[in-house]
Every structure is written in structure tokens, then in C-alpha cells.
Design a binder for this molecule. Structure first.
Ligand SMILES: [Zn+2]
Length: 342
């Protein structure tokens, strides 16, 4: 019996060396370990006809070989699998991995869209400094020293009289000081306010605003252009609403809202049950502002408007939290890769 075991071992060694693939491996397994007529299975089966002494020796031998064969088969199986994988990874006809291309940030998309709209109406894009003087940020905009917006607690002062601009309106003053009417301009940029960071406030945010000053400009021009603009930016909204408001640098002033597309103006939680969403502030430029830059308010009139870029993007794209814009979470940003800027 011991010789037979040795014979099977030699036969297995020889056959193993000839296996090429998974199929050959399976055939080998059946030939030696097959339940019915496997060569080693038959030996193990025949042990019972031996004397106890012979059975002990031959049994130990045969079981050792069985273990050995199992280990060798498993190791060959792993080698064959590795080879298969290698062959797959070398398949040059497979499509390559996706190349991730960059795309614009949602705030950039909205900014370009808004600036592009007004440029097509003949407005010029202008820029101004983020570090401003009190004069341009407040005094020139008819906001006197005792106005609450000038409070130390509401504004980032860098040194007496110098601050981080709290709105983009100083750019209007800088442009009007340099240019004679007619002026049609828009500006866009970072502004700073001492707001705690939450779902709808950020100490750094972006503002977009515009100014049109020329002979004969009146409130109907303001209303027409703003309505046209809102219909362009929010094509899903059905109504635009102007309500009286107060700003130091415009008179009369208005706040403009659009009907809530979520509830079609009926009132829901996203519009605070008012049916409308506040979008921007606007008004006719205050005569005192025109006087400060050397224009004659008896001859020249104009209008101005301003809005938060983040708010526009949040309503346009249904974004619930302002912090998402600044967190650089690629899962959030990648949702905008299909939207192409103007
Ligand atoms: Zn609503």
C-alpha cells in the first residue's frame, strides 16, 4: 500500500507540471481527489481491508499526501488566477480610465452669467479695492458717521478710517469720480461683514451691483431692466414684486422679490410662507450721492441695484447651505461640471 501511495505521488507531480489552465486544474483534482474514482480516494477507501498495523502506517502516508495535493492544487489555482488578471490588464482594447477635467465653481458660473447679461445691455464691468476708506464705503454713499452700519462691531476696521469694504458700492463712487455721465457699469467682488457663519450668513461673501446714470433715467428704466434681468436669471419664476424699502444711498428705494417656484406663490417653508423670495435692493441714486461726485442732480438722474451672488446661486440651483460654496467638497462641486459658463 505504501508503494501505491508513492506511485500516486509521482503521478501527481508529473500531471501537475502539465496543467496549463483552470480546466486542466479541475481535471487533475477530479483524477486524484474525485469522490468516486479519484486515485487517492480509492486508496483511502481500500485502507479498511488492511490489518490495523498496516492501516496505521499507510493511512498516515495517504492522508499526508491528500493534504499535500490539496495545498499544491490551491497554490496552482492562485497562480493561474494571477496570470488571468495580468492578461486582462494588458488588454489594450479596453477603454482608459476617465480623465477628470476641471470646471467652474458655481459662484463663478452665476457671476459670469450676471455680468454677461448686463454687458450685452451696454454696461461696463468695473473693479475696485477690497480695502476701502470710510469715505468711499460710507460718507460718499450718504451714510453719516452716526449710522449704525458704521458701528465698530459691524465692520472690520484695519486702522482708523480704513476698513474691509462692507459692500461693492464704493466702486460706483470711484467710477463716477473719474467719468462724466452717461455711466453704465456693473461690478462684482468680495465683501466683508461681521456675521457669524451659519447656513445663510458668511463674514466673506460676494456682491454684484450695477449703476446707470444719464439724463432722463427714471424709475421705469430701473423696473424694466431689473424685471428683464430676473426673468433671465430665474426663468422658472412667474412673478416679480417691488416693495418700498430704505437705503441711505437711494431715494426712492425698493426691495425686489420673485415668486417662490417651490409653491408657485402660495406660501411654503422655503419662502417663509410669504410666497416670495427676496432677491435684491435697488433705487434711484440719492441726489446727495450725485452731488458728492460732482454731478448736478437737477440735470442727471440714475438708478443702482445690488445683490448677494451666493443668494442668487442658492435660489437658482436649490442649494440649502451657504457653507457648501467654501468647503471645497468635490462631491458638491462636481454637480456643476455639466453647466457651462457664458
Ligand atoms: Zn414657497
Amino acid at each position: 500500500m505504501v508503494e501505491k501511495v508513492e506511485e500516486v505521488r509521482k503521478g501527481f507531480e508529473k500531471a501537475l507540471a502539465e496543467v496549463q489552465d483552470g480546466e486542466g486544474l479541475e481535471a487533475l483534482r477530479i483524477r486524484f481527489l474525485g469522490r468516486k474514482n479519484g486515485l487517492l480516494t480509492t486508496i483511502l477507501h481500500n485502507l479498511k481491508i488492511l490489518s490495523p498495523e498496516e492501516r496505521r502506517v499507510a493511512g498516515a502516508d495517504a492522508n499526508r499526501l491528500k493534504k499535500e495535493i490539496e495545498i499544491r492544487l490551491e497554490s496552482l489555482e492562485n497562480t493561474l488566477k494571477g496570470k488571468e488578471k495580468e492578461e486582462v490588464s494588458l488588454d489594450l482594447t479596453l477603454p482608459g480610465p476617465e480623465i477628470r477635467t476641471g470646471h467652474l465653481h458655481p459662484l463663478t458660473l452665476v457671476s459670469q452669467d450676471m455680468v454677461g447679461f448686463f454687458e450685452r445691455l451696454g454696461f461696463q464691468f468695473q473693479e475696485g479695492p477690497e480695502i476701502e476708506t470710510e469715505y468711499y464705503n460710507f460718507d460718499a454713499l450718504n451714510t453719516p458717521a452716526d449710522h449704525p452700519a458704521r458701528d465698530l462691531h459691524d465692520t472690520f476696521y484695519l486702522s482708523p478710517g480704513v476698513l474691509l469694504r462692507s459692500h461693492t458700492s464704493p466702486v460706483q463712487i470711484r467710477v463716477m469720480e473719474k467719468e462724466k455721465p452717461p455711466v453704465r457699469m456693473v461690478t462684482l467682488g468680495r465683501c466683508y461683514r461681521r456675521d457669524a457663519l451659519d447656513a445663510s450668513h458668511s463674514p466673506v461673501f460676494h456682491q454684484f451691483e450695477g449703476l446707470m446714470v444719464e439724463k432722463g433715467t427714471n424709475f421705469t428704466h430701473l423696473k424694466g431692466i431689473i424685471t428683464y434681468f430676473l426673468e433671465y436669471i430665474f426663468p422658472f419664476s412667474s412673478q416679480t414684486r417691488f416693495t418700498p424699502a430704505f437705503f441711505p444711498f437711494t431715494e426712492p428705494s425698493a426691495e425686489v422679490s420673485i415668486s417662490c417656484s417651490n409653491c408657485q406663490g402660495k406660501g411654503c417653508s422655503s419662502c417663509g410662507h410669504t410666497g416670495f423670495l427676496e432677491i435684491l435692493g435697488c433705487g434711484m441714486v440719492h441726489p446727495k450721492v450725485l452731488q458728492k461726485v460732482g454731478y448736478n442732480p437737477a440735470e442727471i438722474t440714475g438708478f443702482a441695484f445690488g445683490m448677494g451672488v451666493e443668494r442668487i446661486a442658492m435660489i437658482k440651483y436649490g442649494i440649502p447651505d451657504i457653507r457648501l460654496f467654501y468647503e471645497n467638497d468635490i462631491r458638491f462641486l462636481h454637480q456643476f461640471r455639466e453647466i457651462v459658463g457664458v
